[in-house]
Design a protein around this ligand. Structure first.
Ligand code: NAD
Length: 360
């Protein structure tokens, strides 16, 4: 009989990590989540705490001794822990750089020591300013251009993570797989301070004005969390993915103003759309990427990936998740990424500062 794989998810109490934990448990693996619960929440994994193959370790990826012990005791690592959110990082860059660059170094060093395969969660933010404005969107081989604004320190730390991982692969033969997630949405994501879709949906449901930053012509695409998780698991199972970088997202593009209009229609809100200058939303010196859509052909070729939901279906799932949370229906189903029918095992999310990936 095949021994049970022991999988470690750093950041597994977070939005994507908690869905990943469920998916990996479903494969029959034993799953350990290591999380400092800074933006992640115990409620996200409440449904898993009594699972016989699940373990939660409360701790930080900055703790080298802990990381060494946990990585020694696992077979593979999904490294998702990070200080996230463009806004938060813009405000607290020292902490973000320490966690995102230093924490990842700890993970990779221990993985090298114990020869454990690593999935590294990177981000579409690494594409920086507009390098590619036209179809088919950003390719993994595109050049990258950042600005000097502190806003780019998250992207810089994440690209350094990618280089660290690839360097370990090249020099030490460490098997690494790098996934660049594009705006991922679904149950358990919070709207406050957050990325554009959950923020606008929350505003619409609360009857507040939908605030669009800048002139709303910026273009985005959205990934259903269930698709992001499936792609992650499939890439780790695909031998050809080792040493490679993959965009994980959807190529259905939409301008933010069009998104706001669709949210108005889908929620039936009487809220108006209000334009807010970037300066007012984020403070002086903030820069945004105008166009943020992936070319997903590399991912498609590797694992046969296709997004399972259209933008409108994703929107319905996000609206349903927020409605379930706001109704605080204790009988609501678990709200897995695939069902998208509820707000998740944890019910209403705390209104804490959280992700602002591709914020505007
Ligand atoms: P999240 O905030 O829900 O998850 C991050 C998790 O990391 C949280 O549970 C947090 O508590 C934990 N964490 C933070 N610092 C830690 C530390 N020092 N030690 C241990 N745990 C720590 O955000 P998410 O959206 O689920 O993001 C998961 C990963 O995906 C991150 O690496 C993020 O950069 C990346 N990503 C997400 C998106 C998106 O759209 N959600 C897009 C691109 C990349």
């Amino acid at each position: 009989m095949k021994p049970t794989s022991r999988l470690l998810i750093t950041g597994g109490a977070g939005f994507i990590g908690s869905h990943l934990a469920e998916a990996l448990l479903d494969t029959g693996a034993a799953v350990t989540v290591l999380d400092d619960l800074s933006t992640g929440r115990r409620e996200n994994i409440a449904g898993l705490l009594r699972h016989p193959r699940f373990r939660l370790v409360e701790g930080s990826i900055l703790d080298e001794v802990l990381m060494d012990a946990e990585i020694r005791d696992c077979d593979e690592i999904y490294h998702l822990a990070a200080a996230v959110g463009v806004k938060l990082i813009f405000e607290r860059p020292v902490r973000a750089i320490k966690i995102n660059a230093g924490g990842t170094e700890n993970v990779l060093e221990a993985a090298c020591r114990w020869k454990r395969k690593v999935f590294l969660a990177s981000t579409s933010e690494v594409y920086g300013k507009d390098a590619r404005n036209e179809s088919p969107g950003f390719r993994e081989t595109d050049d990258i251009r950042f600005g000097v604004s502190m806003r780019w320190c998250y992207a810089s730390a994440k690209i350094l993570d990618e280089y660290q991982a690839r360097a370990r692969y090249q020099e030490n033969g460490l098997p690494v797989v790098i996934g660049r997630y594009f705006n991922t949405v679904g149950p358990r994501q919070v709207g406050a301070y957050g990325m554009v879709m959950p923020r606008l949906v929350q505003q619409a449901l609360e009857g507040r004005p939908l605030t669009v930053y800048g002139d709303g012509t910026q273009v985005r695409s959205f990934t259903w969390v269930g698709d992001a998780v499936k792609a992650t698991v499939a890439l780790m199972a695909h031998p050809g993915a080792v040493g490679e970088i993959y965009n994980i997202g959807s190529d259905e593009a939409v301008s933010v103003i069009e998104l706001a209009e669709r949210i108005k229609r889908a929620t039936g809100t009487a809220s108006k759309i209000e334009f807010v200058p970037y300066k007012e939303a984020y403070g002086e010196g903030f820069e945004d990427a105008h166009h943020r859509v992936p070319d997903i052909s590399k991912l498609r070729t590797a694992i046969g990936y296709r997004p399972t939901r259209t933008l409108d279906e994703i929107l319905s799932g996000v609206i349903a998740a927020f409605r379930a949370q706001d109704g605080e229906d204790p009988a609501a189903p678990g709200g897995t990424a695939d069902s998208g029918e509820s707000g998740g095992a944890g019910g209403r999310p705390a209104r804490t500062a959280q992700a602002a990936e591709g914020a505007s």
